[in-house]
Design a binder for this molecule. Structure first.
Ligand code: KIV
Length: 290
C-alpha cells in the first residue's frame, strides 16, 4: 500500500447517513456527533471514527487560510474544499454539510439557490446559512427546491462585526426571546437542522423543545441539543491563542496529558458525545435567560 493512500480501516462498515437516519437518531435520543473537516484525509478519518456528519465550515477561512474571521472565504473556496471532503467520504457514511459563505446568499433567494447549487454539485448534501429574521424566506425557497438546510443562530461568525466580537448570545431575556422566535420561524420554513453557537444551555434546550421536528447541534450551547459540533483544529489542540472554554482538547489524554493519535482523538470525541460526556454542563453554564 502506498504511504500516501487514505486510511480505509472502517470505511464501508456503516450505512450512509440520510436525513431520515439522522432524524431516527434524534428520535431514539442518540446524540449526533458532528465535526468540521476541510480535506479528504481528515474527512475520511472523521468518518472512520464514527462521526455522523461532517461540516465543511467557513471556519476554514480561519483555521486553514489564516484569516482573522470567516468573512474573506469565497464560494469557490468553499466548493473546492467541499469537493475534497466529498472525495474523502466516498464509501463512508457521514452526512456532508457545507457552509454558504458570507455574501453568497444575502442578496436574495436566487443568489442563495445558485450558491447552494455550487456546493451541492461539489458533493454537499445540505447547506448551512447563518442568521434569523430575514433568512426564513431563503430557507423556504431552498427547501422547496430540494436543498436540505441547516440554519445557524446564536453567535453567527459572519456577523462578527455587527455583534461586536465573538460574544455569548441570548444572555438576557429579550435576546433569548428573539433567538427563540427566530428559531421557530426557521423551523417552520423547513430547516431540518440548526447549529446553536455560544449561548446559555437553557436557551439552546428551549430551542430544541420548541421545535422537536428540527435537529439542534450545539457548539458552546450545552448538553440539551440533539448533537454537538466542534471545529476539528480546536478539538485536536492545533489552534493557537485563547480558545473558548467549551472546547476540549481530545488529542491529550485527560488523565496523563499524553498526546494521543488523531484517530484515537476523533474516536474519543464521538464516544464522549454519544455517552453525554461532552459537553461538560458546568463549562457551558453561561447564565440563564430562557
Ligand atoms: O464554520 C464553522 O466551522 C461553523 C461551526 C462553528 C459550527 O459554523
Amino acid at each position: 500500500m502506498s504511504v500516501h493512500a487514505l486510511p480505509t480501516a472502517n470505511a464501508g462498515s456503516r450505512k450512509p447517513m440520510t436525513l431520515h437516519s439522522l432524524r431516527a437518531m434524534q428520535a431514539r435520543s442518540e446524540k449526533i456527533a458532528m465535526l468540521t473537516a476541510y480535506d479528504a484525509t481528515y474527512a475520511r478519518l472523521a468518518d472512520e471514527a464514527g462521526v455522523d456528519a461532517v461540516l465543511v465550515g467557513d471556519s476554514l477561512g480561519m483555521v486553514v487560510q489564516g484569516h482573522t474571521s470567516t468573512l474573506p472565504t469565497t464560494l469557490d473556496e468553499m466548493a473546492y474544499h467541499t469537493r475534497c471532503v466529498a472525495r474523502g467520504l466516498q464509501g463512508g457514511a457521514a452526512w456532508l454539510i457545507a457552509d454558504l459563505p458570507f455574501a453568497s446568499y444575502q442578496q436574495g433567494t436566487a443568489q442563495a439557490m445558485a450558491a447552494s447549487a455550487a456546493l451541492m454539485q461539489a458533493g454537499a448534501q445540505m447547506v448551512k446559512l447563518e442568521g434569523g429574521g430575514w433568512t426564513p424566506e431563503t430557507v423556504r425557497f431552498l427547501v422547496e427546491r430540494g436543498v436540505p438546510v441547516c440554519a445557524h443562530l446564536g453567535l453567527t461568525p459572519q456577523s462578527v462585526h455587527a455583534l461586536g466580537g465573538y460574544r455569548i448570545q441570548g444572555r438576557d431575556a429579550a435576546s433569548a426571546t428573539t433567538l427563540r422566535a427566530h428559531a421557530r420561524e426557521l423551523a417552520e420554513a423547513g430547516a431540518a437542522m440548526m447549529v446553536l453557537e455560544l449561548m446559555p444551555s437553557d436557551v439552546a434546550s428551549a430551542v430544541q423543545s420548541d421545535n422537536p421536528q428540527m435537529m439542534t447541534i450545539g457548539i458552546g450551547a450545552g448538553p440539551g441539543t440533539a448533537g454537538q459540533v466542534l471545529v476539528l483544529h480546536d478539538m485536536l489542540g492545533l489552534t493557537r491563542g485563547k480558545l473558548p472554554r467549551f472546547v476540549r482538547n481530545f488529542a491529550r489524554d485527560e488523565q496523563t496529558g499524553a498526546a494521543v493519535a488523531t484517530d484515537v482523538a476523533l474516536a474519543a470525541y464521538v464516544a464522549a458525545v454519544k455517552a453525554g460526556q461532552f459537553p461538560d454542563p458546568v463549562a457551558h453554564a453561561y447564565g440563564s435567560a430562557a
